[in-house]
Design a protein around this ligand. Structure first.
Ligand SMILES: Cc1ncc(COP(=O)(O)O)c(C=O)c1O
Length: 367
């Protein structure tokens, strides 16, 4: 068969650089410490684990295709109308659905230089064109985003806080962006790390969704709730957008055990608070201790920090990654985020955090 005769994917698909998840193994190390995927060191609420187990007797049955019990629990927890919530198999699912629902061939979706990798992937897989807006000091720049808007723009993807930089935009900047966007452009506020943010000028998106027609907010159970394996996310948006996503999503895109665990997790507010308190303490400690080693750390409001390394042989991010991996400490390389000189470190357990700082001290000392 000639190449031309082979089945051909839609245009754009072969331009996708496939997503590479954080590493979870280190050669020769039986139990490495994984700090490469922004998972919580506290694990899920014990109540979520119990609910997951209890759902085992439901396995022969299809899930509630509307995810109603989960949407109602989210509605109660956040004071939201459950009919304006869509649940997904992770928030990734919802990002893909937005691209599929709103991009017609060649339509543009804007994201920022160091924005989450799924945005261009979802855009290209829907036949759209990703457009990159420059950042300033590793932070999204509203004017740069607005400068990228064209007649073909349909979506703006913005992680707030952003992964992998950990930086955020205050609410007045988000509102300025929303007000200046043409009304037919959907502003996607991806608030995967919202629970970790402790800033008075931060707003996850709930306020803006409630008061506008073209904003959606995505949230996840993979981070502070510790349910990454179950693939659970949700979106809050205007009724017409919710209607579109409900038409095109998989009819059973959220499974029963995930829903049961998600409901228990969201109701265990003490566990969420414990995760937040742990993160506050250790993110500050890591930032300070790593800074003392002479390495620059971007100030983060999330559950990870971005560490910058000199682009010097023997002292680079790649060298540090090799050094740390040999000690069983797995951080995240972020070359595909246009950050070849940096590593992203998830805030871990006390033991993990201390091991990382000690290892980095050795790395800096020996190099
Ligand atoms: C900014 C951002 N959005 C979305 C996600 C996806 O999360 P989920 O596990 O819900 O698909 C992540 C996960 O790393 C993320 O960092």
């Amino acid at each position: 068969m000639s190449v031309a005769q082979r089945p051909q994917p839609r245009p754009g698909v072969l331009a996708i650089e496939a997503y590479v998840p954080g590493k979870s193994t280190a050669p020769g190390i039986a139990r490495p410490i994984k700090l490469s995927s922004n998972e919580t060191p506290l694990g899920p609420s014990p109540k979520a684990i119990a609910a997951y187990h209890a759902a085992a007797d439901q396995l022969p049955h299809y899930p509630d295709g509307t995810a109603r019990p989960l949407r109602e629990a989210i509605g109660r927890a956040f004071g939201l109308d459950p009919t304006r919530i869509v649940c997904g198999a992770g928030s990734d699912d919802l990002l893909y659905l937005l691209a599929r629902g709103y991009l017609v061939d060649g339509d543009e979706a804007i994201y920022t230089t160091h924005g989450f990798r799924i945005y261009p992937i979802a855009t290209l897989s829907a036949g759209g064109a990703p457009v990159v807006a420059a950042e300033t000091n590793y932070t999204a720049d509203v004017d740069a985003i607005l400068g990228c808007v064209s007649e073909r723009t349909k979506l703006v993807f913005l992680a707030n806080p952003n992964n992998p930089t950990g930086t955020y935009l205050p609410f007045d900047e988000i509102r300025r962006l929303q007000r200046a966007l043409p009304p037919h452009v959907i502003l996607v506020l991806d608030a995967a790390y919202a629970e970790y943010v402790r800033r008075n000028d931060y707003e996850s998106g709930i306020e803006l969704v409630a008061t506008s027609e073209n904003v959606v907010m995505c949230r996840t159970f993979s981070k502070i709730y510790g349910l990454a394996a179950l693939r659970l996310g949700w979106l809050y948006g205007p009724a017409p957008v919710v209607d579109v996503l409900n038409r095109i999503r998989g009819p059973f895109n959220v499974n029963t055990p995930a829903m049961a665990a998600g409901i228990a997790a969201i109701e265990d507010t003490a566990h969420v608070e414990a995760g937040r308190a742990h993160n506050d303490r250790w993110r500050a400690w890591l930032t300070e201790e790593i800074g003392k080693l002479g390495l620059e750390v971007t100030p983060s409001v999330a559950n990870f920090v971005l560490i910058h390394f000199p682009e010097v042989k023997g002292r680079s991010a790649a060298d540090a990654d090799t050094f740390l991996t040999k000690r069983g400490l797995i951080l995240r390389r972020v070359v595909s985020y246009q950050l070849p000189h940096a590593l992203r470190l998830t805030v871990g357990s006390e033991e993990a955090n201390r091991l990382v700082v000690a290892a980095l001290a050795d790395f800096v000392g020996q190099s």
